[in-house]
Design a protein around this ligand. Structure first.
Ligand code: GLU
Length: 504
């Protein structure tokens, strides 16, 4: 085996990749890159009944969108291919037969009905039926039947499975990088099916054989696979192969309370649980998240850097990541915090890039305002409003008045700010603006403030209603910056409009 770190992400194409699967892929990627190793994508599609069209493409698109492409996998053949288990089908049977020869596996002919009968029979007696040492000799298999009987059944083409013969009365010592040592009493294990007569291996056999043949050094996967670890270790022992090291990542928990995060939580809480959209479900990409933000929040689900640092680029994560800072306990999924990460990453984007995204965003692209197509103008708008935005789509709500004159005025603000003498004051402000040639923020500010001083007016009498007529509300950045950007003509029009539509 080479010394290069080789890890794999091994999804089954049974649907879209959810956020937990993506976190597994990310941790594999980070670990591989940290150790200058290889990140492999293997598609575990041995269960044809659960195969979903388009799922493999979806997985690949999601990894690419996050900026964590695989080094080897479907379409990127390396020397360990093919990388789809369905295309490796022919190689698994011999491994199952090898275990039969070694006396570590056996043929079983029990029909589904028979097994169901045993299950129900046990249940009725308050017991659980487990196919293992404890009753295998009473069932229909190559341990209980004579070699002739077995051969006759095989010759007659009867359906069979090949089961692993779990050892009796042994204590198995397992090792997990995150969880440490785990002791297992082999008597509790059942004789798992490794191979079926339809010519397909089960997950367990194909997974172990491929990890071995692909020279995988570390298996990093979700906690839901921890119960399979004993069998996997036993299979490595049975074949006489060195096992890779294992690391089982903690579950991702619901935003509130206990339990594993599910698709339903997303529907209830109005947040995505898929990276990209899938049928009716919106993905993080479509919801306006930056891949940097998704990678950042996923990295901190179950891992911590041991410092207060929260914002990490992918490169920083590669440098900082280590499996010994992954915790055992479940990681709570916090949609609010995810929005915060997006807000943070949005602030790190250039105004030009944000302007381009905003111009394409449906919230502005569908509007009939001309300025939405003026990149220089939009870039300036973005520079003034982005601080408060978590998403590009927030820009419209935060800065609509940069594009359209207000169509209404905040009622509460009108009540509070629009006094009897306000129309007169606004009239004077208007004349003041008309005479300003250098219509820049600082110049307008100096002139307006001087005028307020000279007239012995208070700022409170002028500035809030002034903002109200320009913006339609009390929101927005520095008012004089807004005036400069919308320009003299538009500023004056807005004052006129307000004077004629608000109470005199
Ligand atoms: N095919 C399994 C899955 O769908 C892979 C589990 C593993 O990584 O061993 O997650």
């Amino acid at each position: 085996m080479s010394n290069t770190v080789r890890v794999r992400f091994a999804p089954s194409p049974t649907g879209p990749l959810h956020i937990g699967g993506l976190r597994t892929a990310l941790f594999n990627y980070l670990f591989a890159k940290k150790h200058n190793g290889d990140f492999i994508l293997r598609i575990e599609d041995t269960d044809q009944n659960r195969y979903v069209e388009g799922a493999e493409e979806y997985i690949i698109d999601a990894l690419n969108w996050c900026g964590i492409p695989f080094d080897e996998g479907p379409g990127k053949e390396g020397k360990f291919g093919p990388y789809r288990q369905s295309e490796r089908k022919s190689l698994y049977k011999n491994y199952a037969l090898e275990l039969i020869e070694k006396g570590m596996a056996y043929y079983a002919f029990d029909t589904a009905e028979r097994l169901d009968f045993h299950r129900k029979d046990h249940e009725a007696k308050g017991k659980t039926f487990i196919y293992n040492w404890h009753n295998r000799l009473k069932l229909s298999n190559s341990l209980s039947l004579s070699p002739e009987e077995v051969q006759a059944k095989l010759d007659a083409g009867e359906d069979f499975v090949i089961r692993f013969k779990s050892p009796q009365d042994e204590e198995l010592l397992l090792n997990d990088i995150i969880r440490g040592e785990i002791k297992i009493d082999t008597n509790i294990l059942d004789d798992k099916v490794l191979f079926k007569s339809d010519g397909m291996p089960t997950y367990h056999l194909a997974n172990i054989v491929d990890d071995h043949l692909m020279e995988i050094t570390h298996v990093i996967r979700g906690e839901e696979w921890l119960p399979s670890l004993a069998l996997h270790q036993l299979l490595y022992n049975a074949f006489g192969w060195d096992a890779p090291q294992f690391a089982h990542l903690p579950l991702i928990m619901k935003p509130v309370g206990k339990g594993k995060l599910s698709k339903r939580d997303g529907e209830k809480g109005g947040f995505p649980v898929f990276p990209l959209s899938w049928n009716e479900s919106e993905g993080y990409r479509e919801a306006g998240f930056f891949p940097e933000a998704v990678v950042n929040f996923l990295a901190l689900l179950g891992w911590n850097p041991g410092t207060e640092q929260e914002i990490f680029s992918l490169e920083e994560l590669v440098k900082t990541f280590s499996l010994d800072r992954v915790h055992k306990s479940g990681a709570r999924f916090d949609p609010e915090k995810n929005n915060w990460y997006n807000q943070q990453w949005l602030q790190r984007k250039s105004d030009e890039e944000l302007a381009e995204l905003f111009m394409k965003n449906p919230s502005v692209a569908s509007r009939g305002v001309e300025t939405r197509n003026d990149k220089k103008y939009v870039t300036k708008v973005v520079s003034l409003i982005k601080e408060r935005a978590s998403f590009v789509a927030d820009f419209w709500e935060l800065g609509d008045y940069f594009f359209e004159s207000p169509t209404s005025y905040n009622e509460k603000a009108v009540k509070k700010q629009w006094k009897e003498d306000t129309p007169q004051i606004m009239n004077e402000v208007m004349s003041l603006l008309e005479n300003i040639d250098d219509f820049t923020s600082s110049n307008i500010e100096t002139i307006v403030k001087d005028w307020i001083g000279k007239k012995e007016l208070s700022f409170g009498k002028v500035m809030p209603p002034f903002r109200l007529v320009i913006v339609g509300d009390m929101k927005g950045p520095h008012l004089f910056d807004i005036l400069e950007l919308i320009g003299k003509k538009e500023s004056i029009l807005r004052i006129q409009k307000a004077i004629s539509s608000l109470p005199n």
